[in-house]
Design a binder for this molecule. Structure first.
Ligand code: 6GU
Length: 238
């Protein structure tokens, strides 16, 4: 693999479970990192604790269940990982109370020079951390959807994969980027069903139209299928 002198994007992830990020060395994202197109740093939040127990959490003011991540380790970690010049940097804080993640947000993040992920656990990070860093760097609290994960690591993996595949030169065939579900080409529709050889499998055949050679009919069939799937599975909110 040839190496590229300047990465297209630098990624840093701060977590108390840095091993959770090991899938980043696999597949397409792993290749982008190995080739130098993308730079990656994974950091253990506990490296910025100073007590014998390397404490990162404490009980919530106001009471309630669970623990809250202390602000001091996060402050020191982010001071260390962020550059003085944060132009082109976005601090991403995965949280179920964030704004919903979408393909257009992925496309927006893909234009940034640098993404720093602050992966919280427990009931979240002391809110003053986001208040403080919002003044220093573009900060986005992002949710993957309306369900609860144990921490931000899996969300960071999903966000990174969706962003890195949009970077120029990461995907061999850029056409596979535009023909997908939620892309502008299909007007936000879900993708139509796809088929490959053999023509008959376990008594099931491929729709005739797809082997007809009539490109206009194929396009119309795919559009119709995409519209049907979208109304069945993903009707517009409101
Ligand atoms: Cl981004 N974080 C956590 N902890 N849970 C989630 C999520 C994020 N998105 C959906 N559930």
């Amino acid at each position: 693999m040839t190496s590229s002198p300047t990465p297209l994007m630098r990624l840093d992830v701060i977590s108390i479970f840095p091993d959770y990020l090991s899938p980043l060395s696999l597949s397409l994202v792993g290749k982008a990192i190995a080739s130098g197109l993308v730079g990656l740093g994974v950091h253990d939040l506990r490296d910025w604790t100073h007590d014998r127990h390397r404490t990162v959490d404490d009980t919530p003011y106001g009471g309630g269940a669970g623990m809250v991540m202390k602000p001091e380790p996060w402050g020191e970690a982010l001071d260390a990982v962020l550059d003085d010049d944060t132009e082109g940097t976005t601090l991403v804080v995965p949280t179920p109370s964030g704004v919903p993640y979408t393909q257009s947000l992925a496309a927006e993040l893909a234009t940034r020079k640098r993404l720093v992920f602050a992966c919280g656990r427990y009931e979240g990070i002391d809110a003053r951390v986001m208040t403080h860093f919002r003044d220093r760097v573009d900060t986005q609290e992002i949710s993957l959807g309306d369900y609860v994960l144990n921490g931000g690591e899996v969300a960071a993996l999903a966000i990174i994969e969706s962003v890195v595949r949009l970077l120029p030169g990461v995907i061999g065939n850029p056409e596979s980027l535009v023909e997908e579900s939620h892309s502008p080409d299909l007007d936000g529709l879900l993708e139509y069903p796809v088929f490959t050889k053999p023509l008959e499998w376990r008594g099931l055949t491929v729709p005739d139209v797809l082997v007809s050679g009539h490109h206009a009919r194929i396009s119309a069939w795919r559009r119709e299928q995409a519209e049907q799937l979208t109304s069945d599975r993903h009707p517009p909110a409101v």
